[in-house]
Ligand binder design. Sequence first.
Ligand code: RIB
Ligand code: CA
Length: 308
Amino acid sequence: MKNILLFADPGIDDSIAIMYALLHPEINIIGIVSGYGNVDKEQATNNVAYLLHLANQTNIPIIGGATRSCTGEYPVYYPEIHGKEGLGPIRPPDTIKGELLNFSEIFNLVENFKDIVVVDVGRNTSLAVAFILDDKFGEKIKEFHIMGGAFFVPGNVTKLAEANFYGDPVASNFVMTQVKNITSVPLNVTNKAIITKSQIQEIQNASSSPLIKILDKVYDYYLQAYQKLIPGISGAPLHDVLTLSLLMNPDMGSYLKRDVDVQIFGEARGESIADFRVGSEEKESTTKIYLSLDYQAFIHDFMTIMSK
Ligand code: RIB
Ligand code: CA
């Protein structure tokens, strides 16, 4: 069983990742830190609360994360990809609100659980803040899994940058350069984590979970956005789901260990950089960067967990 502290900004692929985690028999979500990113913090929090309500797991604490980036800028949201409220056409009922716990609850959680795995599938601001508030935070966490960056492939928000690293490059650079035991799940693998409409339909037919009842509508919105972005694409890439799926199935892809830094300024803002030259492997790094994915294994894992 993995004790997971999840940082997220739901958002459609974040929401499907939360569904995956809630349905996974080997995942114990010890808390969800909801912050700005795909939508604002308040909306992200309401979406988390709604998903926990549907899953009948309202005992999972929701912790208030960041409202904006360490750069000081106000965030830019992406309603064209995630919908105005972050769940495509779905608006969580006004009656469902999570009890939002103070950020310091993170430090209580890490005292109360063992072998915690932190998974961050949003902007890295809240995670960086945890380190800024407690220098020893990293010592209490077993491993960190980060969806972000792009190696050998174009960015998805600029020609060089992936959206999470672009959104707060200061926090991402802080995390990637100062935190030990990171597994990085960048666009070069997450772009391949394509789920098709017929696979979603299959899950919908197999499952009676109230969580899955909203899956098709949420997915359809995201698929249409991707079909506009990349005409002819066969489905939609579930970046954040793959991050959890690789955590649960580490042999489903291959990685290299390299130090990573993130550019902060100018045209290269948000670009992730690692040295893959021959000989660079001699420098010890604790950061694993996934570079390939066994797609069929991912589909099998996704279909199995989501259909439960
Ligand atoms: O670049 C993909 C990431 O950006 C995902 O976490 C997605 O939710 C979006 O915010
Ligand atoms: Ca996300």
